[in-house]
Design a protein around this ligand. Sequence first.
Ligand code: CTP
Ligand code: MG
Length: 227
Amino acid sequence: MPAFGLVLPAAGEGRRMGEGPPKAFRLLAGRPIVLRALDAFARISEISERVLVVRPEDAGSVSARWAADLANVRVVAGGAMRQDSVLAGVRALSESCEFVLVHDAARPLVRETAVRAVMETAVRTGAAIVALSLKDTLKRADRDGRILETIPRDGIWRAQTPQAFRRSLLLDALERARAGGAHLTDEASAVERIGRPVAIVEGHETNIKITTPDDLRLAEAILAAGF
Ligand code: CTP
Ligand code: MG
C-alpha cells in the first residue's frame, strides 16, 4: 500500500453548535472531538503524515494545549471555506504522500474498517469516498412543506468522509475549483467537476457528523452503547 497523508479539516466556526468553544475542541465523553477523530487513524501504518487544519487564531493554542497528542501532527491555518482549509492541508503534505485521506474532524466515530476500505478503493481507482445508501423514502416538497413528488432512491447516496484521492489529482481538482470560483461541500465534488471518476464505498450509520448539540448527545450514546 502506498504512503498516505491525512488531512483533518477542523477550521469551521461550528455555528450550528451554538455558543462555546470551537466544535472540534469540545469534549465527547471526556476527550476532545478532534483528538478522537485522529485516534480513528492511529493504527493505520500506511498514514505517514498527519495535518490538522484549524482557524488561524486557534493554531498556537491547539499546538500548546495538546502537545503530546499532536506530537506527530502538523497544525496549519485554514481558510474561510472548507475547500480552502482542505487545500491548505493538502499543500502541507510532502510529495512522498502518494495518496491523501480527508476526514471531517467532526466525525470522530468513523470505524477503522471504513477507513481501510476507502484507502484500498482509492489506490485501485484514484478516488473514493465513504457514503451511505438510503433507507427512507425520498420526497421533494414546496416551501410550505407540501409534497410535490416521491424521488426514486436507487442510485442516491449520502456522502460522508473519509474521502481518499491520489494526492496530485486532489490538488489539481481543488486548485481548479478555486480558480473557477466553485463552491464545494466535499472534496469528491472537486474531482467530479473535472470529469474524473470517484468510487463509493458503503459506510456505517454511526459515522455521524457532529453538527448540533443533539448530535453530541447522540455521539455520546453511540459510544456508551459500545459501537
Ligand atoms: N471546516 C473547515 N474550514 C472551514 C469550514 C469547515 O475546516 N472554513 C471543517 C469543520 O471544522 C468540520 C468540517 O469542515 O470539521 C465539516 O464542516 P461542518 O460540519 O459544517 O462544521 P462547521 O463549519 O464548523 O459548522 P457550522 O457549519 O455549523 O458553522
Ligand atoms: Mg460548516
